[in-house]
Design a protein around this ligand. Structure first.
Ligand code: NDP
Length: 339
């Protein structure tokens, strides 16, 4: 089968790509520049001896951005849409975050509907941000939960990202109701994701947002005080997220469903504890033992999560925190060593 994977240079996409190649799919990725595309293709060739091709889609928010890409021979069987901005600071929330997230999502669905009738299923990387609804937490989160952030609240940069994910996912589901396309849809609502950094990464300063706290710990930025864990307390390993995308594509019953993909709880003190235990050579970069040990800073009313759908329908078995963190740190140290 042939798959179009958007945002190919991203952290999660880089693992989805590995997983797709591993399962024998032909993959075309979209990237934002020729240079990024060549870097990615070269890194896959060197590390895995496999071929991928790329097309440049500079801005997913542009009307018709995917029209040409989807008119491809041989035609596509699946589309995995991961591209969406994920940062914590926005100069212009609408232009830099909400537009690319929402228009990128509706845009690719429109293009598939118009030009790629062979596509059987589209997978969208949504987020737990579209599920979690602070401060009104239920006892346990599952796929029935939605974040109730409003468009008005989205103008506060603190809310922009989660709003972008919620509105983009909602737009996707309503596209299906309105247009009844021939493809089915599934969304992956993964939580805060840790894991080995992309091998085509140019610099640790452009590392994806959810790996920042592990990078910062390793680089000594929490030595004088551990940063607060808030606002997220659950994690998942990126390799489990990648497998979730591929299974959601291929498992027939996954069509029409969202999947809350979450591996467990974490706190920054637990991260520090794991790094201290597994990488004694980093001792001097870490916050003092007394400060870092046994002090989870979870809120008192912290919620539970129910990931049973992802285990039952997609067959996921989640990696633990220690494995995920240790492999992330190792990849960062390897990157620093090669620089
Ligand atoms: P990255 O920042 O590594 O990946 C984002 C990707 O989207 C990059 O390839 C980026 O390209 C591309 N992109 C962003 N804006 C645009 C745009 N306007 N036009 C074209 N491409 C664009 O982050 P992640 O891998 O973490 O995120 C991937 C997806 O996973 C996103 O949809 C994110 O919301 C979702 N997600 C992430 C979680 C996490 O904890 N990491 C948790 C839940 C969901 P470039 O780098 O070249 O700018």
């Amino acid at each position: 089968g042939k798959v179009l994977l958007t945002g190919g240079t991203g952290f999660i996409a880089s693992h989805v790509l590995d997983c797709l190649l591993d399962h024998g799919f032909d993959v075309v990725v979209t990237v934002r520049s020729e240079e990024k595309g060549q870097r990615l293709v070269k890194s896959i060739d060197e590390a895995l001896g496999k071929q991928v091709s790329f097309v440049v889609v500079e801005d997913i928010a542009k009307e018709g951005a995917f029209d040409n890409v989807l008119q491809s021979a041989p035609p596509f069987d699946y589309v995995v849409h991961t591209a969406s901005p994920y940062q914590l600071h926005w100069d212009d929330p609408v232009k830099h975050c909400l537009d690319p997230a929402i228009k990128g999502t509706t845009g690719i669905l429109k293009s598939v509907h118009a030009y790629a009738p062979t596509v059987k299923r589209v997978i969208i990387t949504s987020s737990s941000a579209a599920v979690l609804n602070p401060p009104n937490h239920p006892k346990a989160y599952d796929e029935s939960s939605w974040c109730d952030v409003t468009w008005e609240q989205a103008m506060d940069p603190q809310n922009t990202y989660k709003a972008s994910k919620k509105f983009a996912e909602q737009a996707a589901w309503s596209f299906l109701t309105t247009h009844s396309p021939s493809f089915t849809l599934a969304t992956i609502n993964n939580t805060y994701t840790f894991g080995p950094i992309p091998r085509s990464l140019a610099s640790l300063t452009t590392l994806n947002t959810s790996n920042h706290r592990i990078r910062d710990l390793v680089q000594g930025r929490m030595r004088d005080g551990i940063h607060p864990t808030a606002p997220v307390f659950t994690f998942v390993d990126v390799r489990d997220v990648a497998l979730a995308h591929v299974r959601a594509m291929t498992v027939p019953e996954a069509g029409g469903k969202r999947f809350y993909v979450v591996g467990g709880f974490f706190s920054n003190p637990r991260l520090a504890g794991i790094v201290r235990r597994r990488f004694p050579e980093l001792e001097e970069k870490l916050p003092a033992r007394e400060e870092a040990e046994g002090k989870d800073d979870f809120p008192e009313d912290h919620w539970a999560f129910d990931n049973s759908r992802s285990r039952e329908v997609l067959g996921l078995k989640y990696r633990g925190l220690e494995e995920s963190v240790a492999d992330t740190v190792e990849s960062i140290l390897r990157f620093e060593g090669s620089g």
